[in-house]
Design a protein around this ligand. Structure first.
Ligand code: UT7
Length: 330
């Protein structure tokens, strides 16, 4: 997957729900502390969707901003690819609701499920379609309403996650050299139950028992995932540097999935980069799964920390376990 793909991010957007849950909130409902959460994860706050918001609402807000930023109208979008682990319903796809909400009347629409690395999977699919001439403008969204799937009695998980959405419009490159220089995706399905929701699907449909046993909530083997993530981040970084022939100094910014500040710090140390070259917002938003990379990308772009011509690396690891990395010249 190291062939050059001439695409560009023509526009970016993001949306974060208004309600802010700080660590104090969890101190009141659980046996935890601001000190534990901040020092073990780097998180100080996260957002929670209002009762009128769901994944398609968050997605549409981010998508609308990205389409506007690209200078396009909804009818110009050929495909909507939505990465989410927290769909509005088992079916139809959440992307179908987004397509209608945005008025993207010419767009095909479907979801991708690869959890925290879902946005990278969606970008990879979109890039291939554009390169093959099958589509011109693809709206790629990463969005989650994780708060609906959290057990607020499970202190090892609920303190980590937040709601939000980020989006990009992907189109053909406008100049030589602009595009994906390197992309890797992967999965180790033997670890599929490391992060999962046991019930509510075809294996274990909803019943009184599954509800009373709290099996519709997200469960995670935190320590195992942590160790896996640190090792995998390092190998993704080494592989990207080797395949592209770049050195970390050539990167303007590294945008990692915001899962734990200690995992992000391990990646930064591996690259030997100064703090300003690694994008971090976990302290404000927590882990927003598939939304985390596009929200962060939108933020650094808006802040002027990256611009057209810069090389950036995107990195993510999540449920599946799945992973992805991309080096892109913007
Ligand atoms: O985005 C998808 C990928 N997800 C990740 O990358 C998450 C990776 N995992 C992690 O970030 C960390 O493993 C956690 C933040 C989830 C947990 O941190 P940890 O340092 O690995 O803690 P632990 O699970 O090993 O637990 C250590 C202790 C335990 O107590 P004992 O058994 O040592 O007495 C836990 O019960 O910390 C306890 N603990 C807490 N204490 C206070 C777990 N959660 C909390 C909490 N407040 N919220």
């Amino acid at each position: 997957m190291s062939n050059f793909i001439p695409i560009r991010f023509a526009g970016t957007g993001s949306y974060l729900p208004e309600e802010i849950l700080t660590n104090d909130y969890f101190e009141k409902i659980l046996d935890t502390s601001d000190e534990w959460i901040a020092s073990r994860t780097g998180i100080h706050a996260r957002r929670r969707a209002s009762k009128d918001e769901n994944t398609s609402v968050l997605s549409a807000r981010a998508g609308e901003a990205a389409i506007k930023d690209a200078g396009l109208s909804p009818e110009d979008i050929d495909v909507i690819i939505l990465a989410t682990a927290t769909p509005d319903h088992p079916f139809p796809s959440t992307a179908a609701f987004v397509q209608h909400r945005l008025g993207c009347t010419n767009a095909a629409a479907f979801d991708i499920g690869a959890a925290c690395s879902g946005f990278l999977h969606a970008c990879w699919v979109a890039a291939g379609q554009i390169q093959a001439g099958m589509a011109k403008n693809i709206l790629v969204i990463g969005a989650e309403t994780l708060s609906r799937f959290l057990d607020y009695e499970e202190r090892g998980v609920c303190i980590l996650m937040g709601d939000g959405a980020g989006a990009v419009v992907m189109s053909k490159a406008e100049r030589e050299g602009q595009g994906i220089l390197h992309a890797t995706l992967g999965c180790d399905g033997s670890k599929a139950k490391h992060i999962w929701i046991p019930a509510g699907g075809a294996t274990l449909p909803s019943s009184k028992t599954t509800v009373s046993e709290r099996m519709h909530y997200m469960q995670m083997k935190g320590r195992d995932v942590f160790k896996f993530a640190v090792v995998k981040m390092a190998s993704l970084i080494d592989e990207a540097m080797e395949k592209t022939g770049l050195s970390p100094d050539d990167l303007k910014m590294v945008i990692p999935h915001q899962s734990n500040l200690r995992i992000i710090e391990a990646a930064r140390e591996r690259l030997g980069l100064p703090a300003e070259k690694i994008a971090v917002n976990i302290e404000r938003y927590g882990n927003t799964s598939a939304a985390s990379v596009p929200i962060t990308l939108d933020e650094v772009w808006r802040e002027g920390r990256v611009a057209s011509g810069d090389k950036v690396m995107l990195l993510a690891i999540g449920a599946g376990l799945t992973w992805g990395s991309m080096v892109i010249e913007l």
